[in-house]
Design a protein around this ligand. Structure first.
Ligand code: ZN
Length: 176
């Protein structure tokens, strides 16, 4: 961040009065430009005993498989964001079931909130950000070609929980 989004003046990095951390502060209008973690919302869509994955058509991790997820937009709820991302990436309609994974990624300033979801029909196809969309049984999951540690962690947890017949919200902290 180099310029003030309010007045266009250059920014400097300093600790404002009464604060404890360095911030980008405008030298002209005094606006403090706070930077806070971003929330990534998404879901784990199920169809009978298979789960839906998308193969990424965008960087980073082009060509690798992931669950539908993306940055939350202003004006939507987390569940709405998860459903929107699923529609955008897989053209898939879902029913959100319950929050399933809350994963802190403090090294990249992100938090993932993934829901369990039920796929409503099989009329899905890749959106612009996906090369392929497909359903996978547990033994078919491309474990070596998953895009993100968060996704691998969540899928492992999901199959463990499914075996035990008991799902609950899991939290995890992943550091790179
Ligand atoms: Zn300014």
């Amino acid at each position: 961040m180099n310029y003030c989004s309010h007045c266009g003046h250059t920014l400097s990095v300093r600790i404002p009065d009464g604060d404890t951390l360095p911030r980008h502060v405008c030298g002209r209008c005094g606006t403090i430009h706070y930077q806070n973690p971003k929330l990534v919302v998404g879901c784990l869509p199920e169809w009978e005993d298979r789960v839906l994955l998308c193969r990424r058509a965008i960087k980073p991790r082009y060509g690798l498989w992931t669950l539908p997820a993306g940055f939350m937009e202003n004006g939507e709820t987390t569940a709405e964001g998860a459903a929107r991302e699923t529609l955008e990436e897989a053209n898939a309609r879902i029913e959100i079931l319950a929050p399933y994974a809350l994963v802190n990624l403090p090294d990249i300033d992100q938090i993932y909130l993934l829901y369990r979801a039920r796929l409503l029909d099989l009329d899905y196809h890749p959106g612009q950000e996906s090369l392929e969309v497909d359903l996978f049984h547990e033994h078919e999951i491309p474990w070596a070609q998953l895009a993100f540690p968060t996704i691998e962690h969540t899928l492992h947890q999901f199959f463990q929980d499914r075996d035990s017949g008991h799902f609950e919200l899991h939290t995890a902290d992943i550091r790179y």
